[in-house]
Design a protein around this ligand. Structure first.
Ligand code: MOS
Length: 749
């Protein structure tokens, strides 16, 4: 049967986006809004002893200034997406980190609010902050509380002692900030005790539940709207401190309030990727079989939060190895609470493991792909469960052939083109296959159009189109005949758009609702006397090309089939609770928690997507300038709903990997625990001239063990292997092993 799933489909919202009709939350018109400007702390640790507000209040147009002195406990701190508390803001006089929200200036215009904010004088009792790992006063804590899981399989220390070949190396990754083009904004309006929040969000139901809890009002009184998001990457996944306070401000003024935080404020009022350190120890036989793998990670977090990413839950599962030990420690510093950032666990932890594998290959005199082949595993070495499809070596083989890996001289520093040293590197990519409970409503009209409603999120990924494709496929219509509504808590509940799970979550729920529509049409068509399908088995009828069709070809036009049912539109509401998810998963979703069923927590299979990533770097022999002329990624990530959008996701991930490996780092002033390059001119990202040939290969993989539609998710895997692939290529070009990111000219001089 022809299927739309897997056909390249242009975005159904493409025209709206390029004509400016796809508006961000802060563009939604509200009547007569007041404008907010955040007042943020200039110290990272201590207490506020007082404010001088007179000069600020004298600025024409200023309406009010909220501080902890004037609002007290009107809003509680938000819960963090990972469960722990986030840093507080205006509940009391305590300062937890630099750039913390300590006040909100409200005025008739944005300019007046900003002018007044710079005229507020704040008095502090400051203490010396601890900025990061090694600072005096930073507190180290073992993370082994059940939420994070350490593994101890076999006897890793003993196996290391007995190994024929060993490697012991330390790696580090820096602080990074997402910097989506759309800034962090919040607009709030009250009407008859009901609050509407327009805010870019990856989880409108979560934001609603969280803010309702903070304000002590029922969630039914809160509506969150987030129709289009200008980039998120994890930074818009959880509730942050600003939202409830803007709601409080709007309630006090009796007028809508709009906040558009500045770029530099975005570095401290939202989440980020914290710096990590790793020690990897590998033991192997002389012929390249792993006998021991120890991955110890250390991550920075804030004082009150135990947030961490624990990527060694993934690195422990990548290769067959009988003795595995993992450990994660967190270090509490005077910093804002970190959070999800695209492939939060894998990006730093796979840099460490896949660099170490490359180093081990060098020690063994083995091709790095061959070393991976000798340790390939079709069962998860931690759980003993079979992988729900693992085409890692197929990705390496097809990717290597296309990339020209066979032409690589294995000796580091041996390949040269004029003044440029040439290096070819590779690394594995892996990402767990996640899915969450989700509801959807589908309404099919007799004219052959349909509407799909689901409170999902298009964070720039193409989710509207994925939903339209799924519904069109199941209803026998064109994608252009489907009208999709998302990003609003008035719609059926959908989960957090994160963990590369959203396509699987949404599509499986939409498909379930479409099946209910088909079933009702089929039952009516077969049981009522009039009509060509009377007497057929309803289970065999399919919706194809705007007809309800029996296998032997008898068909009835959709308009006839639909009009048989009163009121002339067929509407179905479905909830999809994935196998293995908690039975109260929908209730949890409404309550704002988000039980994503993780690919490694299932009882039947270990579900992951895999990929192989290849990079060519060129390092100038005298200046050490590093260029990346070619990147290739070969991925097997289950069924692809829309190859156009998938290609963009993979390509974006690979470009971000290049950025992380060579450019990105949030610089920290250790004395002040302050980010210093909090702007887009000093926080370096690649420009088009830095990105040359990017090739994506999508290997077919049809395996319904992942979920009924066989969708594995691919929003994050594109970045996962890039850091190591580039570091490995730099080593191949120069013979220099750089174990700390980003890799810069000065590291190679
Ligand atoms: Mo993504 S970092 O899981 O929002």
């Amino acid at each position: 049967m022809p299927t739309l799933i897997g056909q390249p489909t242009p975005r159904i919202d493409g025209r709206a986006k390029v004509t400016g009709r796809a508006s961000y939350a802060s563009d939604e018109p509200v009547a007569n809004p007041a404008h907010a400007f955040l007042l943020t702390s200039f110290i990272a640790r201590g207490r506020i002893t007082g404010f001088d507000l007179a000069e600020a209040k004298a600025v024409p147009g200023v309406l009010d200034i909220l501080t902890h002195e004037s609002v007290g406990s009107e809003a509680k701190p938000p819960k963090q997406a990972s469960g722990g508390p986030t840093t507080t803001t205006m509940e009391d006089d305590q300062v937890w980190h630099d750039g913390q929200i300590i006040g909100i200036v409200l005025a008739d215009t944005y300019e007046a609010a900003r002018e007044a904010a710079f005229r507020v004088r704040v008095h502090y009792a400051a203490e010396t902050p601890a900025a990061s790992f090694d600072a005096a006063g930073a507190e180290r804590e073992r993370r082994d509380d059940g939420e994070h899981q350490d593994y101890a399989i076999g006897d890793a220390e003993g196996a290391l002692g007995a190994a024929e070949v060993t490697l012991d190396a330390a790696y580090a990754t820096p602080t990074q900030h997402h910097n989506p083009i759309e800034l962090f904004t919040t607009t709030c309006a009250w009407e008859n005790g009901n609050l509407t929040i327009w805010e870019p969000s990856q989880f409108v139901y979560g934001l609603r539940a969280n803010v309702a809890g903070q304000l002590g009002i029922p969630p039914e009184r809160v509506r969150v709207v987030s129709k289009f998001v200008g980039g998120a990457f994890g930074s818009k996944g959880g509730a942050t401190a600003r939202t409830a306070w803007i709601a409080v401000a709007a309630r006090r003024l009796g007028r809508p309030v709009k906040l558009v935080a500045t770029r530099d404020q975005g570095f401290t009022i939202a989440t980020y990727r914290a710096e990590t350190r790793h020690r990897i120890r590998l033991g192997a036989t002389r012929d390249g079989r792993l006998t021991a793998l120890v991955h110890e990670g250390t991550e920075v977090t804030s004082r009150p939060s135990r947030y961490n990413v624990s990527g060694n839950e993934t690195t422990a599962r990548l290769y067959a190895c009988p003795n595995i030990l993992t450990r994660v420690d967190i270090v509490h510093a005077d910093r804002n609470t970190p959070g999800f950032m695209r492939a939060p666990p894998e990006t730093p932890y796979m840099f460490a493991l896949e660099s170490a594998i490359d180093e081990l290959a060098g020690k063994l005199g083995l091709d790095p792909i061959e070393l991976r082949r000798r340790n390939d595993a079709q069962v998860d070495p931690v759980s003993g469960l079979p992988f729900a499809g693992r085409r890692l070596m197929a990705c390496f083989d097809e990717g290597a052939a296309r990339f020209g890996w066979a032409d690589r001289n294995p000796r580091a520093g041996s390949m040269r083109d004029g003044e440029w040293l040439v290096g070819l590197g590779c690394a594995s990519a892996v990402y767990e296959t996640n899915i969450a409970a989700c509801a959807a409503r589908v309404s099919l009209r007799p004219n052959g159009t349909a509407r799909v409603e689901v409170a999902g999120h298009d964070i720039g990924t193409g989710a509207y189109t994925v939903v339209a494709i799924t519904a069109a496929d199941r209803l026998g219509l064109d994608a252009s005949a489907i009208d999709v509504a998302m990003g609003d808590t008035t719609l059926p509940a959908a989960p957090l758009a994160a963990g590369s799970s959203h396509t699987a979550s949404l599509a499986n729920a939409v498909a379930a609702a479409c099946e209910m529509v088909r079933d009702r049409l089929a039952r009516a068509a077969t049981t009522r006397n009039a009509g060509p399908l009377a007497g057929h088995d309803p289970g065999t009828l399919r919706l194809v090309d705007s007809c309800l069709t029996a296998p032997e070809g008898v068909a009835e036009p959709l308009s006839d089939a639909v009009s048989r049912l009163s009121p002339g539109v067929v509407e179905a509401f479905a909830e999809n609770i994935p196998d293995g998810a908690p039975p109260d998963a929908m209730g949890k979703l409404h309550a704002g928690t988000n039980p994503i069923l993780r690919g490694y927590k299932r009882s039947d299979v270990a579900a992951y997507a895999f990929g192989a990533q290849f990079v060519e770097v060129r390092v100038h022999a005298r200046t050490c300038e590093i260029r990346v002329p070619r990147m290739l990624g070969a991925f097997a990530a289950g069924n692809i709903v829309n190859p156009i959008a998938a290609h963009s996701q993979y390509m974006g991930g690979m470009i971000w990997g290049l950025s992380a490996a060579l450019l990105e780092k949030t610089e920290l002033d250790d004395r002040a625990a302050r980010y210093v390059n909090d702007n887009l001119s000093e926080y370096h990202i690649p420009v088009c001239a830095d990105v040359r040939d990017v090739e994506v290969m999508m290997l077919p993989e049809d395996d319904d063990r992942a979920n009924p539609l066989g969708i594995k998710g691919l929003g994050e895997i594109g970045i996962v292997g890039m850091n190591a692939a580039i570091a490995n290529a730099v080593h191949h070009a120069t013979g220099r092993r750089i174990r700390e990111l980003p890799i810069r000219i000065e590291d190679l001089l």
